[in-house]
Ligand binder design. Structure first.
Ligand SMILES: *Cc1c(COP(=O)(O)O)cnc(C)c1O
Length: 386
């Protein structure tokens, strides 16, 4: 079976984890701060706050920006449910902005239109969460411009985009956002098994997120309301969670980070190869905007179903039967039963819905060989040609 994505683990990674197992600290030792510093330095951000998943990072990012029950948070419908759920954890209302027909990222034109309508209705969002779909950065300077004009904050869901850049600026630098979030799930670019990180240039946001990942507790006298009356003393200032990353995970992440650039280069090479191999098929290939370097978490294509005699589902099933683990990214989030129950309906975001009917993610991971890639295309060509 060729999966759609998988981790790349070396002997060095294993030894890094083993060393932690033999040390005094399995959690809350030296590895987590080291990993945070290394990721922040790599991206050019001031602070990194490591947590046990990107889902947790999105949650504490919303909390740190004071998202609450009266607020609106907007994201893309073409994403994993976690990008929207984070607002619901805070009791906030969620809304979506349809995608661009070419990049499949949140459309800046649709965002502007929706903001103008929302301003008239006095329902502007507190936070917008652009998602760097498949690893390609959204148009962040344009979204940032709108943030200043309409007064919202920005959390980048960069779960797909560790190692990507825009005009030479690394995703995660938060040049055009308040907070950026990475996922280190095994199918993503680098892994800590489960894990995530929130990056920011604002010291207060970093401090707040550090507290929120650990019960809302501080041991820093500067943050305390009372006097530290002994070495045991700590204060819980607000309600937080236990979202901490372990030192085992951070050691794996640090070791993986050494190969991040190599991973992204290999993914770019695979994407270039796909681009050539797919040029004669009735499909649309992902388009990367000039100035962007994608991390290529995914390689999604869109079927031109009018030119193909079989259905999306038939193509999907025959590739799976041939041992090719294709996937769909994404079923539009607003059509999930949970969101339907909140009132969302088919037809609201036509581009994202068309994407959901036509998209197939082909295998994409550093360990995919050129031969396997050719095999994928051979099967796809055979199936599409009937
Ligand atoms: C994977 C993913 C997440 C969630 O990541 P976890 O680390 O599994 O919590 C969030 N958003 C997007 C876009 C993702 O792809």
């Amino acid at each position: 079976m060729i999966p759609y994505g998988r981790q790349d683990i070396t002997e060095d990674d294993i030894q890094a984890v083993e060393q932690v197992l033999r040390s005094d600290w399995l959690t809350q030792g030296p590895m987590v701060p080291r990993f945070e510093q290394a990721v922040a330095d790599y991206c050019g951000a001031a602070h990194g706050v490591a947590v046990n998943s990107a889902t947790s990072a999105l949650h504490i990012a919303c909390l740190a920006l004071d998202v609450g029950p009266d607020d609106w948070v907007w994201t893309s419908p073409n994403t994993f449910v976690a990008s929207a759920n984070c607002a619901r954890y805070c009791g906030a209302h969620v809304d979506f902005v349809d995608i661009d027909p070419h990049t499949w990222n949140m459309s800046v034109a649709r965002l502007r239109e929706k903001l103008e309508q929302a301003r008239a209705a006095q329902r502007l969002p507190k936070v917008v969460i652009p998602v760097h779909f498949a690893g390609q950065p959204c148009d962040m300077p344009a979204i940032h411009q709108l943030a200043q004009e309409f007064g919202f904050r920005i959390i980048e869901d960069a779960s797909h985009a560790v190692g990507a850049s825009q005009e030479g600026v690394k995703v995660g630098a938060c040049a055009y956002s308040d907070i950026s979030v990475f996922s280190f799930h095994p199918v993503k670019i680098i892994t800590t098994a489960e894990g995530g990180m929130a990056l920011t240039n604002h010291p207060q946001l970093a401090e707040r997120m550090e507290r929120l990942r650990s019960h809302g507790i501080t041991r820093d006298p500067e943050q305390m309301q009372g006097e530290p009356i002994g070495p045991w003393y700590y204060e819980q200032l607000e309600l937080g969670s236990n979202y901490r990353m372990t030192d085992l995970q951070a050691a794996l992440g640090l070791s993986q980070l050494n190969r991040l650039d190599a991973f992204v280069s290999r993914r770019n090479a695979l994407a270039e190869h796909y681009e050539e191999l797919l040029s004669d098929l009735p499909i649309r290939r992902p388009r990367v905007t000039a100035g962007n370097r994608s991390a290529w978490h995914l390689y999604p294509i869109r079927l031109n179903l009018e030119a193909i005699s079989c259905s999306h589902r038939q193509i999907f099933e025959s590739l799976r039967e041939a041992g090719i683990g294709v996937n769909l990214h994404y079923m539009p989030v607003h059509l999930q039963p949970y969101y339907r129950n909140l009132g969302f309906q088919p037809g609201q975001y036509p581009e994202a819905e068309a994407h959901g009917r036509e998209a197939i993610s082909l295998p994409m991971y550093p360990g995919l060989s050129d031969e396997q890639q050719t095999e994928v295309i051979t099967h796809l060509t055979k199936v599409i040609s009937g």
